[in-house]
Design a protein around this ligand. Structure first.
Ligand SMILES: [Ca+2]
Ligand SMILES: [Ca+2]
Ligand SMILES: [Ca+2]
Length: 334
């Protein structure tokens, strides 16, 4: 890994040649973090699967078709696969802002990690020529590193980021350590890839896909440290009950996340209730809540929030729909 120094940069498309989701250009301030210098390789991912027993849902034969060796980038990984790997090695995925900041390599407002022009001498993308001998993926680190010593930030494989994707997120993103959109069904992919044209390799380019999608150009790299270090992605979330509740019913929640994070939950529409955090051991969090008369949330979402030690909300998840049934009838009849 290499240290990416703390700093400020102008995030987004400085040329007006990208899609609307790259606008507006806005200032972002990031804490320092460490980043893998290369994309995670087939060899590294295979070791993870072998040693951890992780159930990789992809097909190794498909991987080998485009990434035919241990030093080639791992592909056909879902965001969930990438997240599981990162956890196993004690790292995490980069936020989209961290990714773009790192990709820029200390240069300001450029189109690519090295400047404004691109050729096949610079990176692996669709077609061949110059140093790019590869129809499919290239072994990681086959082209020059950027100013931070990072390889393949443009091209080779797409890289999953931690964030939920929001096409309008840049217009409302916080300046400091932006964590990505609060809600959204897809996760961010960055940097273009071996199968796409050079335009997609622009540092400002944003793409996204559902977290359980895998595809031939999807890969990733990891980071650690930084302002998002205590982002506690929810590893496992279990909620008791059927999803339909009456007054008096109790809901129990178990969340497994990272240490040093705090978990609270609320049920949308039921606000200002006492919570709900009950006990915390290591990285396991349990909470419970009893529905009470007067609460009128119907078909609402259960929101789990994990916050860091400074109280910044790191993650919001709305995975379960909670229906409070019979509640209104109870109130009316009594
Ligand atoms: Ca190529
Ligand atoms: Ca890449
Ligand atoms: Ca886009």
């Amino acid at each position: 890994m290499v240290l990416i120094p703390a700093g400020t940069f102008e995030m987004g498309d400085h040329f007006g040649d990208g899609e609307g989701d790259e606008q507006p250009v806005h200032r972002v301030e990031l804490d320092a973090f460490y980043m893998d210098v290369c994309e995670v390789t087939v060899g590294q991912f295979r070791e993870f699967v072998n040693q951890s027993g992780y159930k990789y849902g992809g097909n190794w034969a498909n991987v080998a078709k485009y990434s035919p060796g241990n030093d080639y980038p791992m592909i056909y990984v879902t965001w969930s696969d990438a997240t599981a790997y990162a956890k196993w090695v004690g790292k995490r995925l980069p936020t989209e802002a961290e990714w773009e900041y790192a990709a820029r390599g200390g240069l300001a407002g450029k189109r690519y990690p090295w400047g404004d022009e691109i050729s096949h001498d610079d990176a692996n993308y669709s077609g061949t020529g110059g140093k790019d001998k590869w129809v499919y993926t290239a072994p990681v680190g086959s082209f020059a590193a950027n100013g931070y010593g990072l390889y393949d930030m443009a091209g080779n494989v797409y890289e999953w980021c931690l964030d939920r994707f929001g096409s309008d997120y840049y217009s409302k993103s916080p300046t400091k350590n932006p964590p990505g959109a609060d809600i959204g069904l897809t996760r961010v992919l960055r940097g273009g890839n071996w199968a796409y044209d050079s335009f997609t390799l622009r540092v400002a380019n944003r793409n996204n896909a559902p977290p359980n999608n895998w595809s031939y150009p999807y890969g990733f790299r990891c980071v650690s440290g930084g302002g998002s270090d205590t982002i506690a992605e929810i590893e496992r979330l279990s909620v008791s009950g059927s999803g339909k509740y009456k007054v008096g019913d109790k809901i129990s929640i178990k969340v497994i996340g990272e240490e040093n994070a705090f978990v609270t939950f609320q049920i949308a529409g039921i606000t200002g209730k006492e919570p709900l955090l009950q006990g915390m051991s290591a990285n396991e969090y349990r909470a419970s809540y009893t529905f009470r008369s007067g609460e009128r949330a119907l078909n609402t979402k259960l929101i789990i929030e994990l916050t860091d030690q400074h109280g910044n909300v790191a993650t919001k998840v709305a995975k379960k729909t909670v229906s409070i049934v019979e509640e209104l009838q109870l109130n009316r009849s009594r």
